[in-house]
Ligand binder design. Structure first.
Ligand code: HEC
Length: 152
């Protein structure tokens, strides 16, 4: 093994150890804050796209493509924050998040698929197709909120 490969392996191993230890030590309150932060950013980057669908924001293919890319990453982030250790922490998550796990998983899968479809549609440059895909993402956010988030 040459030096470069060796150091890459060491870095990778350190990375795994580091992330595991961070996860193990994360306080329930911190996990809640982090999952809410990821949701807040989803709101930030999805908001204008919802506006484009409604017609209150001018359609801009470049912004849809950029935001869809951000959402692909963000849509992978909040879920490990719904750790059982956070059950007692005050938040807007309904208790069903921790009991109806198969349904949560379905809602996450549906959401991530919708976001991936939106990213692909935005790259196609087809406005109609892209707007349909924005609508599907919006439904996936709403579907999960209806079942797993306190009514706002
Ligand atoms: C699989 C379920 C699920 C999906 C999909 C989902 N959310 Fe959420 N969202 C939740 C839950 C549960 C909460 C409450 C979290 C808490 O209070 O800890 C939440 C909270 C939020 C919040 C409030 C964050 C805060 O600061 O308290 C925003 C904003 C939000 N979601 C936006 C979105 C948007 C936009 C989408 C789609 C692009 C989305 N969510 C998709 C489950 C989901």
């Amino acid at each position: 093994m040459n030096k470069k490969v060796l150091s890459a392996c060491t870095i990778a191993a350190l990375g795994v150890a580091y992330s595991l230890s961070v996860f193990a030590q994360a306080k329930p309150e911190t996990l809640v804050k982090q999952r809410q932060a990821a949701m807040t950013l989803q709101g930030k980057y999805f908001g204008p796209l919802g506006g484009m669908l409604k017609g209150s924001v001018p359609y801009d293919q470049k912004i849809v493509e950029r935001n869809a890319g951000y959402l692909q990453v963000l849509s992978r982030m909040p879920w490990d924050g719904f750790d059982p250790s956070t059950k007692g922490v005050k938040s807007a998550a309904l208790p069903a998040v921790f009991t109806d796990t198969a349904k949560v998983k379905d809602a996450i899968d549906r959401f991530q698929t919708a976001v991936d479809n939106l990213a692909a549609a935005s790259k196609s440059g087809d406005e109609g197709k892209t707007k349909t895909a924005i609508g599907e993402v919006s439904k996936a956010c709403g579907n999960c909120h209806d079942n797993f988030r306190e009514k706002q």
